[in-house]
Design a protein around this ligand. Structure first.
Ligand code: ZN
Ligand code: ZN
Length: 62
C-alpha cells in the first residue's frame, strides 16, 4: 500500500507536512512553516488571543 493520503483539511492536496501540534497530515497550502503547525492550529492559537469575549455583564457599566 503506497497510496498517499490526501490533506486532512482540503482532502484533495498531496500531503507534504505533518502538524507538530495535532498531527494532521496537510498539504503545502495548509501548513504554516513558521510555526510548524497546520492552518487550523495557527488559526486556533491566534483566535485564542484576538477573539476573547468580554463578560457581557461588564459591558454596560456607564
Ligand atoms: Zn490542504
Ligand atoms: Zn494542527
Amino acid at each position: 500500500m503506497s497510496v498517499a493520503s490526501p490533506c486532512d483539511i482540503c482532502a484533495t492536496g498531496t500531503v507534504e507536512h505533518t502538524c507538530d501540534r495535532c498531527g494532521n497530515l496537510v498539504c503545502e497550502r495548509h501548513f504554516d512553516e513558521t510555526s510548524g503547525f497546520c492552518v487550523e492550529c495557527t488559526a486556533d492559537m491566534s483566535g485564542d488571543v484576538s477573539e476573547q469575549q468580554p463578560d457581557p455583564g461588564d459591558i454596560y457599566q456607564f
